[in-house]
Write a protein that binds this ligand. Structure first.
Ligand code: NAI
Length: 438
């Protein structure tokens, strides 16, 4: 069969159709142990490996990329393993729409690398990885039977790669989906509390954002949160409890925004006794970000810090939960730094989701010290000290904090797990040599 080239420019349904015609249900792209080049499990797919290998932006020597086409619903499912020195790759599975195979691959590669950084900076003994399932527009993703099918099959993919990647919840995936994953694999976290999972981490995530704000204020010599004004974009699962924690900490005024009128109304009711105002905004309207405030807390979607919004910011500090707040991680990090706005890297301060999932296997303790230490001032890898270290190096070197945090995280990510430091690549070799594990 002659394949249309280049493969990465195809739409996902077209690639899925080709894989079906070729009788390929699963494939992988893994570096050759001798020369390090990415090699495809099927020669016909080598152009995909070559495309990724040649990319200097999102490919970073990832240890293994594994894919399958679901038996039903024609959905491409992937597991992107970035680095496993600190332990099995950990990160959520995203269920999202992509225009092309390239978009899909780039998102998986970048998100997996991001998890390596988040986990390492948090001092977790986990490596970094990410799952990505591409939405098939022909499939009703709100149909519970469809979802259960898709996520059970995703669980089978986890089992088949022998535990080099342990999945979790992410954008587009909910706890019911994780229960379906758990039916077919032990290599998942974020399962429902009813079967021993840790539940929704949004409240700890909000506490983590407060810890990041406190560190930023301390670094700038601006005291505590008392009397400050904070602007919270997005009054959802993280944003709403964040407002609560801020008033508890003595913040004078909070302004909030959401695109959802109900969420705005609910917050107005809940915080009626405080100096709180929330506004309904249009999706894509970033004018609201120019609020007069001390701290801007992005808790909605990514890419909101960009050349359009940054010149208008009034805040001295940006610290929020949203993932990938910088539209361009280098350009916008530098632009904020040049404007004198202190940016608390999102992957440093929004870690509590993965932190609460990380130790699910180790059981639960009330007011768990392994969780609380991330939120206190005393632990070297806690949000407070990690943020202060990043700000200090950023100040000393005149480098933007996002870049400094990534470099610090990168160095930590090579530290080998005392027992399992070399196991990830060994598992991947087993899959390559002996075939899929399940
Ligand atoms: P959510 O979906 O509960 O809340 C997000 C809110 O933002 C929604 O109310 C939505 O209507 C609103 N929104 C969307 N676009 C907006 C805009 N342009 N302006 C204002 N509001 C807008 O999500 P959740 O769980 O609160 O998470 C918030 C962010 O933090 C997301 O980016 C998420 O990926 C990230 N995050 C969340 C964690 C968690 O524990 N929930 C952990 C780590 C990151």
């Amino acid at each position: 069969m002659t394949l249309p080239q280049p493969l990465h420019t195809l739409t996902i349904p077209r690639l899925v159709g080709i894989l079906r015609d070729l009788g390929i249900r699963r494939f992988f792209l893994v570096p050759d142990p001798d020369h390090g080049e990415l090699v495809a499990s099927h020669a016909v797919l080598q152009p995909l490996a070559d495309f990724i290998q040649a990319d200097g932006r999102d490919f970073d020597g990832h240890e293994g990329l594994f894919f399958q086409v679901s038996r039903r619903h024609d959905t491409l499912q992937g597991a992107f393993v970035h680095r496993t020195c600190r332990g099995q790759a950990a990160g959520g599975v995203r269920y999202w729409s992509y225009d092309t195979v390239e978009d899909y691959l780039r998102d998986g590669l970048r998100l997996a690398m991001g998890m390596t950084h988040k986990n390492a900076l948090a001092g977790l003994w986990w490596g970094g990885g990410k799952g990505v399932m591409a939405r098939n527009p022909a499939v009703d993703r709100d149909d519970p039977d469809v979802r259960a099918d898709l996520y059970r099959e995703y669980g089978e993919l986890m089992t088949s790669i022998g535990g080099c990647y342990v999945t979790a919840e992410d954008v587009g995936t909910c706890v019911t989906d994780m229960a379906a994953v758990f039916e077919r694999t032990r290599f998942t976290t974020c399962i429902p509390p009813a079967v021993g999972g840790s539940g929704n981490p949004s409240v700890p995530t909000a506490r983590g954002v407060v810890a990041g704000m406190r560190a930023a204020l301390e670094h700038l010599g601006l005291g505590t949160l008392e009397g400050k004004t904070v602007a919270v974009q997005g009054l959802g699962n993280v944003g709403e409890p964040l407002v609560d924690f801020l008033f508890d900490a003595g913040v004078a005024r909070v302004v909030g925004s959401d695109v959802d009128t109900e969420r705005v109304a609910r917050a107005m009711e809940r915080f009626a006794g405080e100096d709180f105002v929330a506004t309904v905004v249009e999706r894509g309207d970033d004018a609201w970000l120019a609020q007069p405030c001390d701290i801007l807390a992005p808790c909605a979607t990514g890419a909101i810090l960009n050349p359009r919004s940054i010149p208008r910011l009034e805040a001295r500090i940006v610290c929020g939960a949203a993932n990938n707040q910088l539209e361009d991680p280098v350009r916008d990090d530098e632009a904020l730094h040049a404007r004198g706005v202190l940016y608390v890297p999102d992957f440093l301060t929004n870690r509590m989701g993965i932190v609460t999932c990380a130790d699910e296997q180790a059981g639960y303790v009330s007011e768990d010290p392994l969780i609380e230490r991330h939120l206190g001032r005393d632990w070297e890898h806690g949000i407070h000290q990690a943020a202060l270290r990043v700000f200090a190096e950023s100040h000393a070197r005149g480098a933007a904090p996002g870049a400094v945090a990534r470099a610090q995280a990168d160095a930590l990510s090579f530290e080998p797990h005392p027992i399992f430091g070399h196991r990830g690549p060994a598992i991947i070799r087993s899959v390559v040599v002996n075939g899929w594990a399940g």
